[in-house]
Structure formats: structure tokens, C-alpha cells
Design a protein around this ligand. Structure first.
Ligand code: FAD
Length: 538
């Protein structure tokens, strides 16, 4: 049967890998021939972890998992691949995929005919009796305000390492349990992006192990082609082993404000005005601008309980302006400050709020430590985990929508296709395109301002048809088909395609360069094959 043949082929491929790199057959074994300081493992629990991702929609077990201790380990594995390919001709190699924290949703970190490099924690977790070395710890330069971190470091740990110096990165994601290499391979965005640009605009320098097995330092000045290729490059050109991230003095506290709109036009006008203030002095703009759509009345209750105190309830029925087409929009803004400056914060916030056109009785304010604000989604994660609602399939859809068509998107999708069922939060916030370096591999729409619309959906197997994976996946297709039909030129963020034609269309004018860079830095197409952009020659 096909199944048997596949199994035999896999077994054959695995034996070839073992023969090539000299792996012992124990559950966790060393690589004497390669001199790897970390660990190459075929331990079932390692293989199981590397077979799945946050999406829980695809599964693909690798032949083995490498826990590297250094960039050298990563390079040794890739050079072993090259040696195998050379020895055995076209079909002699194997694929290599870096896995940051596996928070992709469509199998982007998986690879069946190869090795997953578990970047997060690397050899640290597997250190025995101090024999093995481990990936380098973060190193902060207080004077030059940057931190050098291992590519698999989680952002939460980057933050912890810099706070001791009173410093912190400037540009974030909403959730901090993501790896530096993983977000830099995409973009890394949150409510600070309008002001500081995405995370890929806040990196000075990288160490990258290319698909040729070379360890290369790169920056704007040194090997700029590789530097720009890797940023937003979906793991196609090399494995980021070190990133030098820009820091700023860490704020101490955050004033966090939410206001509601029933009118979409007023909502987007205010969001666009707020991000147009990016060039103003710090005290004349907010530090973070996001927002979300409320199409489902019941979400209001969740939303109230997670953010508002019982003394501060949201009573929609009391609003004079009734929701427009049943949909409400929530603007979310923050102001960072130092404790010593708290009186001026009140004034700054008040002056900005005065200019906005939200439902007057809908201002909700809270005040918290900077770290607690940055780590806010982790609290929601713990809550969902306790209810068994975290490890479920996630058919997420993230789109960049040009500002000129956002009203059409609202009419057709928020007030149309979605009905009153979202199965998760819907984020919406604008960004300034000039904060994205056009030389990077990241792809954004044509307008100077574009919105992120993130449908962060969870599928449930509870017999309710509108919450099933099938239903939600179908709705995602309908949304994309609607945009195509109406000529709304959206770009997928965290893109997922399966054909070359679709990828060529996604990259648009960047496609020829993307292909050239692939030829230069990963000519055998062994890296991050789970993205399904290039077919491996192995
Ligand atoms: P992985 O899923 O492990 O890897 C992603 C891709 O990058 C893979 O192709 C992998 O091969 C490659 N890769 C991983 N590490 C490296 C490396 N060191 N060098 C080269 N390539 C590498 N994104 C945002 O921008 N903003 C958000 O606010 C945000 N919030 C999120 C919240 C949650 C709960 C989740 C699940 C995701 C969120 N994301 C957000 C998306 C997230 O940034 C991406 O899914 C990212 O890829 C996850 O990082 P990771 O470390 O888990 O990467």
C-alpha cells in the first residue's frame, strides 16, 4: 500500500541521515563525527513536539530534532547535509527547518524528510552535568542601547534580560512567547508599529547560518543583501542565530484606555489621525494604537471581565448611539510613563482624547506596570488553558488591508460574511508604510497606510456547526474570495500558499529578487520547506 511504501521510504531516508551524520541509535545521542555540542535527538517526545504547531491543523514528524548549543552546531548540521547531497547526488540530502516556538499555524516549521532545529532553549534544557555548552545568554550594551540575543530566545526573556538595565525593546508583538527568529522571519507587529515600525525595522545586525552552511554576520553595511533577505524572509535564506535589537529606556507604567465607536468611519478616521502623529514629540502622541471589532454581543462580556473592573461596567444599552449594523469598534490606546511624571500623563491623555469622536460615555481606563501590559496576552492564555481552550485548531487569518478599501472590507466582512459569529477576537489597527524598509522581504499593500485585520479564531469540536474547523476555514476562503472579487488588494500577513503562482502573486514585484536571493543563499532549497515556497532538491 501507499502507506507501507511511504514508511519504507521514511525509514530509508532516516538510515541515510544516520549514516551521513553518524547518529547513534539511542533516544538522545551525540554526533561524534560532526562534533556537535548540543544534541541530535530521535526521542519520541522531541519528534512529537516538532511534528505540530499552534495551528494544530497539520502534522508532519521530522526524522530527528537538533537542539543546538551554538551557531556552529547549526552550521555543522547544514554542512553535513551538503556533504550527503554531494556524496549521493541529487537525492542525497535532507531538509532543515528552524523551529522558534512553533506558533505558526500552517506547518511552516515542519519537515518530514529532514531535521527540525529546535531553536528555543536550544541545548539549555538538555544540559547534563555541565558537559554540554548552551546557546549564549542575552548580552546588553547599556551605552549603545542594544541587546544581542540567541535567535531562539523568546521575547519575554529578551525583556527580562534588558529590564535590569532599565532598558527595553521598542517594538513588540501582542504576545511575548514567540521567538526572536520566528517574528523576524515575518515582521513582528503590535500597536507600536505605527511609531517605531515592525520588529524587523528595529534590528541592527544578525548572525545567519545560510543554506550553504556558512555563518555570516549581516547588517545594513555588511552583507546587506542577506540582511534584507532574512528580515520577513519566512526562513528561506538562513537561520538567524543572533539578533542585535535596539533598546530604549524602559517605561515604568502604562495608562491603558479603551473607547467605543458605533460608526466605522469615525473609528478609522480617529485611528488614522492617531498614527499620523508619529513624528510629533513623545508627549503629543500615544505610544500604542490598536483596536478590535465586536460583532458578537457575547464577546462584550468576556471583554468586560478581562479588562474592566466591576465598578466600571460596559452598558451598551445606555449608549445614545446604537451599534451600526450590530457591530461595535473599540479603539485601544496607551500612554507609557515614569512614576515621577504621572500628573503630566493625565493632561497629555486628556488633550488627545479631546480630539477623538468616540461614544462619549464609553471611556474605560486602567493603569498598570509596563511589564504587565506587555505580557497581557499570557494572562488570557492561562485562562484559556485552564478551560482546555488553548490547544485547539486555530484557523487564523491575518490580512494587511489598504486604507483606501478598509470601509469596503467593513461592509463586506464585519457587517457581512462574519454574521455575528467570530470565534475569537478580531484585531484592527493601521500602520505607516514608510516605517517598513522596502528592501526587506516583508510584503505590504500599496497604500501609505494599511490596516492589520487579524481574525484570531479557535475551532471547537462541540457539535456547534458554526464553530467547526471546516466552517471557519470555509469562511476564510469566502473572505479571500470577496477581496479578490471586489479588487481589494490585501496581502496576507504570516502568508500561507501552496502553489508557485500564488507565491509569485503574493511577493509581486519582489518575487524575482526573492528567487535570486534563494539561489544565492539556499541553492538546494533545504530550508523552511514547510512554507511551501520552493521545492527541495532532496
Ligand atoms: P515559528 O512558528 O517557530 O517559525 C516561524 C517560521 O520562521 C518558520 O518558517 C520557521 O522555520 C522560521 N524560523 C523560526 N525561527 C527561525 C530562525 N531563528 N531563523 C530563521 N527562520 C526561523 N505576530 C505578530 O506579528 N504580532 C502579534 O501580536 C502576534 N501575536 C501572536 C499571538 C499568538 C498567540 C500566536 C500563536 C502568534 C502570534 N503572532 C503574532 C504570530 C507569530 O509572530 C508568528 O506565528 C511567528 O512565526 C511565531 O514565532 P515562533 O517563534 O513560534 O515561530
Amino acid at each position: 500500500s501507499t502507506m507501507m511504501i511511504t514508511k519504507l521510504l521514511l525509514a530509508f531516508a532516516f538510515c541515510r541521515l544516520i549514516a551521513t551524520v553518524g547518529l547513534n541509535m539511542g533516544p538522545t545521542a551525540e554526533l561524534p563525527r560532526l562534533g556537535i555540542d548540543g544534541l541530535l535527538s530521535v526521542d519520541p517526545s522531541d519528534v512529537q513536539t516538532a511534528s505540530v504547531d499552534f495551528g494544530l491543523m497539520t502534522r508532519n514528524p521530522p526524522l530527528a530534532v537538533l537542539h543546538p548549543a551554538s551557531a556552529d552546531d547549526v552550521a555543522r548540521l547544514i554542512r553535513a547535509e551538503a556533504a550527503a547531497a554531494e556524496e549521493e547526488g541529487e537525492y542525497g540530502g535532507f531538509t532543515v527547518s528552524a523551529r522558534g516556538h512553533g506558533h505558526s499555524i500552517n506547518g511552516q516549521t515542519q519537515t518530514g524528510n529532514g531535521v527540525v532545529i529546535e531553536m528555543n532553549g536550544g541545548g539549555r534544557r538538555h544540559r547534563r552535568g555541565g558537559e554540554r555548552s548552551s546557546p549564549p545568554q542575552p548580552v546588553v550594551s547599556e551605552k549603545e542601547k542594544f541587546v544581542d540575543v540567541w535567535g531562539g530566545e523568546l521575547w519575554i526573556d529578551v525583556l527580562k534580560s534588558t529590564l535590569g538595565y532599565g532598558l527595553a525593546p521598542r517594538s513588540w508583538t501582542d504576545y511575548l512567547y514567540l521567538s526572536v527568529g520566528g517574528t523576524l522571519s515575518n515582521g513582528g507587529i503590535s500597536g507600536q508599529a505605527f511609531n517605531h515600525g515592525p520588529q524587523i525595522s528595529n534590528v541592527h545586525e544578525l548572525d545567519v547560518v545560510t543554506g550553504n552552511g556558512e555563518i555570516m554576520k549581516c547588517s545594513n553595511q555588511e552583507n546587506p543583501d542577506l540582511f534584507h533577505a532574512v528580515l520577513g524572509g519566512l526562513g528561506q535564506f538562513g537561520i538567524i542565530t543572533r539578533a542585535r535589537i535596539l533598546l530604549e529606556p524602559a517605561p515604568q507604567r502604562v495608562r491603558w484606555i479603551r473607547v467605543l465607536y458605533s460608526n466605522f468611519e469615525a473609528f478609522t478616521r480617529d485611528q488614522e489621525w492617531l498614527i499620523s502623529l508619529h513624528a510629533k514629540p513623545e508627549n503629543e502622541k500615544f505610544d500604542y494604537v490598536e483596536g478590535f471589532v465586536i460583532v458578537d454581543e457575547s464577546l462584550i462580556n468576556n471583554w468586560r471581565s478581562s479588562f474592566f473592573s466591576p465598578a466600571n461596567p460596559v452598558k451598551i444599552s445606555s449608549f445614545n448611539n446604537k451599534p451600526d449594523g450590530g457591530v461595535l469598534y473599540c479603539l485601544e490606546i496607551t500612554k507609557n510613563y515614569h512614576e515621577s511624571a504621572s500628573p503630566t500623563v493625565d493632561q497629555e491623555v486628556e488633550a488627545l482624547l479631546k480630539e477623538l469622536d468616540y461614544i462619549p460615555e464609553s471611556v474605560f481606563t486602567t493603569d498598570l506596570a509596563y511589564v504587565d501590559f506587555l505580557d497581557r496576552v499570557h494572562k488570557a492564555e492561562l485562562k484559556l488553558r485552564s478551560k482546555g481552550l488553548w490547544d485547539v485548531p486555530h484557523p487564523w487569518l491575518n490580512l494587511f488591508v489598504p486604507k483606501s478599501r478598509i470601509a469596503d472590507f467593513d461592509r463586506g466582512i464585519f457587517k457581512g460574511i462574519l454574521g455575528n459569529n467570530t470565534s475569537g477576537p478580531i484585531l484592527i489597527y493601521p500602520m505607516n508604510k514608510h516605517k517598513w524598509d522596502p528592501r526587506s522581504s516583508a510584503v505590504v499593500p500599496e497604500d501609505d497606510v494599511f490596516y492589520l485585520v487579524a481574525l484570531l479564531r479557535s475551532a471547537l469540536d462541540n457539535g456547534e456547526p458554526t464553530q467547526s474547523l471546516e466552517y471557519l476555514s470555509d469562511q476564510n476562503h469566502q473572505i479571500l474570495a470577496f477581496c479578490a472579487k471586489e479588487g481589494i488588494k490585501v496581502k496576507q500577513y504570516l502568508p500561507h500558499y501552496t502553489t508557485e503562482r500564488e507565491w509569485a502573486e503574493h511577493f509581486g514585484e519582489k518575487w524575482p529578487e526573492f528567487q535570486q536571493r534563494k539561489m544565492k543563499f539556499d541553492p538546494r532549497h533545504i530550508l523552511a520547506t514547510g512554507q511551501r515556497i520552493f521545492r527541495p532538491f532532496t
